[in-house]
Design a protein around this ligand. Structure first.
Ligand SMILES: Cc1cc2nc3c(=O)[nH]c(=O)nc-3n(C[C@H](O)[C@H](O)[C@H](O)COP(=O)(O)O)c2cc1C
Ligand SMILES: O=C(O)C(=O)c1ccccc1
Length: 411
């Protein structure tokens, strides 16, 4: 049994027990597969086609998606025995807040494409499990609606950074007023990459006004749109407003390190840079007063050919891990993946695709099943590895190996 150090049972600890009981006593198997290698396939059968295609897609030939998985496969755990590991304490502290585990939910846009429960479903799942939820700037749910429907649970906000400073200031002020604690600034997506999964079916949400709720509900954006169109609202002219919003948040030009001071002017809480893969950039993040980095390939959806995120994590953690908070996403599918990321220096580990496949399969309950499953698996993995607390997950628990069979990267 695991706790969080407060003698209080943590919510995910009940999940494995509940599926065993339902399965064995009632003959009811779980709705969402517990097999990480079958999740994508199950989602494909159930969820809307365009949503599945959007989630599944990687950039180019998806070589970075493969690299992300292979990077995890190349590290193996060397467990200890005769080391009692109960009760375990998976809790950790990020930016002064204590959490039950180091696992968080990554920002994922346009969730109305995956299930009608959209971000409200995913945020509810996270809140039930006390996992921080990150709301995307490209969400199908605006900031105020999300917080009204899911007031409970820790929340972080991800920024696609508008060109217009007044719009940026307005969005950040809404996120702050609505209780979002940490700002995640995504730097690898100043324009969309070459994405065959979107280009071939000609299916790109925000251009047609979907996943644009945060912008369309912004008072400054609305005023500026009205000024350009002789008084129209985004609802009356969705495509035109979509194009305008897109030109703000995916302008086709990258920001510079100097620009970070604009964000500091409007956000006084922690700022985390998402999409950092080089040691030099991690050092620059420190120099520019940032609070953390998320080592990320954006799930292999941006620069195809980029290195897998776990491949660069140890170097980045060694260079800046004692100065800022180093976290990771891209390719995390199992409890063992979470343990490997923590062992190689990540203080926070973000889940992406698996959770939204769960959402697609069974709405909020499906998202919750996937997160709880990965947490329960992580808990067991820690136990079998000989780790009782997060602090026990050291790099010495891992060995780098290379098996010929690992050339195929299962998702
Ligand atoms: C369908 C989809 C939408 C995404 N939308 C966003 C987004 O709006 N903002 C963002 O910063 N990252 C976005 N990401 C990237 C994720 O935050 C995360 O980096 C990625 O999913 C990690 O890879 P994994 O899910 O394969 O583990 C998206 C990823 C997917 C799969
Ligand atoms: O698809 C993505 O990876 C992403 O970041 C995004 C961007 C805009 C809208 C929805 C998702």
């Amino acid at each position: 049994m695991s706790g969080n150090g407060d003698d209080e049972p943590v919510p995910y600890a009940q999940y494995l027990k509940s599926i065993l009981e339902k399965g064995i006593l009632l003959g009811t198997p779980p709705v969402v597969t517990t097999n990480p290698n079958s999740l994508e396939e199950q989602a494909k059968k159930i969820m809307p086609k365009k949503g599945w295609e959007y989630i599944k897609g990687g950039a180019g030939e998806a070589s970075t998606m493969d690299a992300d998985r292979l990077a995890f496969r190349q590290w193996k755990i060397v467990p200890r025995v005769l080391t009692p590991t109960t009760p375990r304490d998976l809790s950790t502290t990020l930016f002064g807040e204590r959490y039950d585990t180091p696992v968080l939910m990554a920002p994922i846009g346009v969730q109305s494409w995956y299930h009608d429960d959209k971000e409200i479903g995913t945020a509810t799942a996270c809140a039930n499990l006390r996992v921080p939820f990150t709301l995307s700037t490209a969400a199908s749910t605006n900031i105020e609606e999300l917080v009204e429907k899911v007031p409970q649970g820790p929340k972080w906000f991800q920024l696609y950074w508008p060109l217009d400073e007044e719009i940026t200031a307005s969005i950040l002020s809404r996120a702050k007023t609505n209780g979002f604690k940490v700002l995640v600034v995504t730097l690898d997506t100043w324009t969309l990459a070459w994405r065959p999964y979107d280009l071939d079916p000609a299916s790109v949400p925000f251009i047609v006004g979907e996943g644009d709720e945060v912008g369309f509900n912004d008072p400054v954006f609305r005023r500026k749109f009205a000024e350009r169109t002789d008084g129209e609202t985004p609802e009356e002219s969705k495509v035109q407003a979509g194009m305008y919003w897109c030109s703000e948040v995916f302008p086709g030009v990258s920001r510079s390190w100097e620009d970070l001071k604009i964000l500091k002017k409007y956000w006084d809480g922690p700022i985390v840079l998402k999409g950092v893969l080089s040691v030099e950039d991690a050092k620059l993040a420190v120099q520019h007063g940032m609070d953390g980095v998320i080592v990320s390939t954006h799930g292999g959806r941006q620069l195809d050919g980029a290195v897998g995120s776990l491949d660069v994590l140890p170097d980045i953690a060694d260079a800046v891990g004692d100065k800022i908070t180093v976290m990771i996403d891209s390719g995390i599918r199992t409890g063992a993946d979470v343990l490997k990321a923590v062992a190689l220096g990540a203080k926070g580990v973000f889940l992406g695709r698996p959770v939204v496949y769960g959402l697609g399969i069974d709405g909020a309950a499906g998202a919750e099943a996937v997160i709880a499953g990965i947490l329960a698996d992580f808990d067991l993995t820690m136990g079998f590895s000989g780790a009782k607390t997060i602090g026990d997950i050291k790099r010495s628990l891992l060995k780098k190996v290379s098996y010929p069979g690992d050339v195929k990267a299962n998702l």
